[in-house]
Write a protein that binds this ligand. Structure first.
Ligand SMILES: *Cc1c(COP(=O)(O)O)cnc(C)c1O
Length: 229
């Protein structure tokens, strides 16, 4: 999307992005009220989450377990829905369940096994790697049917759908079209798992056009992330 002027306030940025999301939904013949916008607050202090809460935001995304846990603890007085969106170490998986309402980054058997026994079940997405680089997070498309079955069999997990990050250096729309097909594959295995977690600051319009239901938007709303020292 077109960069927003840096002098805008947080509430102006939030309003502007919310408006652009609604425009993209209408252009795609979709109802904006059915989209969930998750504001990604990684690297930002808990105080920013508080400001966003005051502006009405309830869904927040974090990609590192330690940082997410600290923020969730510090903000325990607020009713927030935390979405864990980063690569997850198997041995940390069960701790994420303590604060997150949704895990977007389930991508392998070991992680499914680690979360299989918890109660109540936690909502999750199967993350798919849309690139040729096996180092990037996400399952290979060929693994999607078997991993969907494994999640369906895990009592501690409830599969909502698929998640992905658009590949760098490629038009996002065809990549999101592939993701939509993978969602169809998942939904054949797990009826009802029809959601798509996709769309970031620079590609949410294309993601919405391809059926995204859960947008993960950071900098367009928060401004640039502070540099981590
Ligand atoms: C950081 C991050 C985002 C948000 O990215 P922006 O470009 O700041 O909107 C979305 N998804 C994941 C997995 C991320 O790590």
């Amino acid at each position: 999307m077109t960069e927003l002027p840096s002098e805008l306030s947080l509430s102006e940025r939030l309003n502007e992005v919310t408006g652009r999301i609604a425009d993209a939904a209408h252009a795609a013949g979709r109802d904006p009220a059915k989209l969930t916008t998750i504001v990604v607050t990684k690297f930002h202090p808990a105080s920013l989450v508080r400001e966003l809460y005051a502006l009405g935001v309830r869904d927040f995304g974090e990609n590192r377990h330690q940082e997410a846990r600290e923020k969730a603890l510090e903000l325990a007085d607020l009713e927030l829905d935390w979405h864990f969106i980063g690569q997850l170490q198997t041995k940390k998986a069960r701790q994420v369940r303590e604060y997150a309402r949704v895990i977007h980054s389930i991508d392998r058997e070991a992680l499914i096994a680690a979360l299989a026994a918890g109660t109540p079940p936690i909502d999750c997405f199967l993350q798919v790697n849309l690139t040729d680089d096996p180092e990037r997070g996400g399952a290979q498309p060929a693994e999607v049917p078997s991993l969907s079955e494994a999640i369906a069999a895990a009592e501690g997990l409830r599969l909502l759908g698929v998640m992905a990050v658009a590949p760098l250096g490629e038009e996002p729309r065809p990549a999101f079209a592939r993701l939509r097909e993978l969602r169809d594959t998942v939904a054949r295995v797990v009826p009802g798992a029809t959601s798509i977690s996709a769309g970031m600051s620079h590609d949410f319009r294309e993601a919405i056009a391809e059926g995204a239901t859960h947008l993960r938007i950071g900098t367009a709303i928060t401004g640039n992330r502070p540099v981590r020292v």
